[in-house]
Write a protein that binds this ligand. Structure first.
Ligand SMILES: [Zn+2]
Ligand SMILES: [Zn+2]
Length: 147
């Protein structure tokens, strides 16, 4: 089904390997930098095109990020949950399962045959939090002296 005739090019194979080894949910640009170490002439456009194909084939998952931030890509095939930074779009894997959640009456009421679930937590990553504190603290200090 649609597989015939689409051959796995060496380029696509290398892109797939890089994303399969990544555990940080890279952007297309991140992947381009990594793939370039092995394929110095590969363009960012080629990486984008191949990522689209890999997503279509279900080998890679596109993760949507807050508006204005670049998409992230997931190569970890195991079902898992995430925590997402709403400031920078960074995702981290969470080995977080809620046994029995599929049989919750609110889920059963939908009539869906549930095959899995994932949770997404949102917040500010430690790095963004540190940056916010750095910019907040001096302002607070200024206000305090003006009063
Ligand atoms: Zn962040
Ligand atoms: Zn993940």
């Amino acid at each position: 089904m649609g597989q015939v005739g689409r051959r796995m090019t060496p380029q696509r194979q290398i892109i797939l390997e890089e994303i399969a080894n990544a555990r940080d949910h890279p952007t297309a640009r991140d992947l381009h930098n990594r793939v370039r170490a092995r394929l110095p002439r590969v363009s960012l456009g080629t990486v984008y095109r191949n990522l689209d194909l890999l997503c279509e084939e279900g080998k890679v998952r596109r993760m949507s990020t807050p508006t204005g931030l670049p998409d992230r890509f997931e190569g970890n095939p195991m079902p898992h949950s995430h925590v997402l930074c709403v400031a920078c779009g960074e995702f981290e894997d969470l080995d977080f399962a809620q046994p029995g959640l599929e049989r919750d009456p609110r889920v059963e009421k939908t009539g869906y045959h549930i095959v899995g679930h994932q949770l997404e937590f949102m917040g500010y990553c430690p790095r963004c939090l540190a940056e916010r504190e750095e910019t907040l603290v001096p302002e607070e200090a200024v206000l305090a002296t003006e009063i």
